[in-house]
Design a protein around this ligand. Structure first.
Ligand code: MN
Length: 135
């Protein structure tokens, strides 16, 4: 048996997006932590060591890409998978996010199936998902 994984952290300043992600991932048994800005998110990364980070790019304090840069520059955090979550859908944006250290990219508005597939790819199934599906 592998060790239980840490939670998923979502850094996002928009309440509605946080609520949506909490609802979608929570319904599958994932444990989701939330931070409303980059500095709080970075502090939470250090304290809670989430197994996956979902990261809004437009944040009120530091830009999401700055958050990724700090994660990649930090020996202890560098291995955290980071998925950019953003409405920015200009040509080349995906490549730009990947070049700047994100592992993947999810566009807003969020689609439940897309989010779940991506989380499963980077995180695996939630520890409690089998138990819950039997209820
Ligand atoms: Mn935002």
């Amino acid at each position: 048996m592998s060790e239980p994984k840490g939670p998923i952290l979502y850094i996002e300043d928009n309440y509605h997006n946080r609520r949506l992600v909490r609802k979608i991932l929570g319904s599958r048994g994932y444990s989701v932590l939330e931070a409303e800005d980059g500095q709080t998110g970075l502090a939470m990364l250090r304290e809670r060591r989430p197994a996956l980070l979902l990261l809004d790019i437009g944040l009120p304090d530091i830009d999401g890409l700055e958050v990724v840069a700090r994660i990649r520059a930090d020996e202890e955090l560098a291995g955290t998978p980071v998925v950019a979550v953003t409405a920015s859908a200009m040509r080349g944006d995906r490549e730009r996010f990947l070049e700047q250290g994100c592992d993947d990219y999810l566009s807003k508005p969020l689609q439940a199936m897309e989010l779940l597939e991506l989380v499963e790819r980077y995180y695996g199934p939630a520890a409690s998902s089998m138990k819950e599906s039997q209820q």
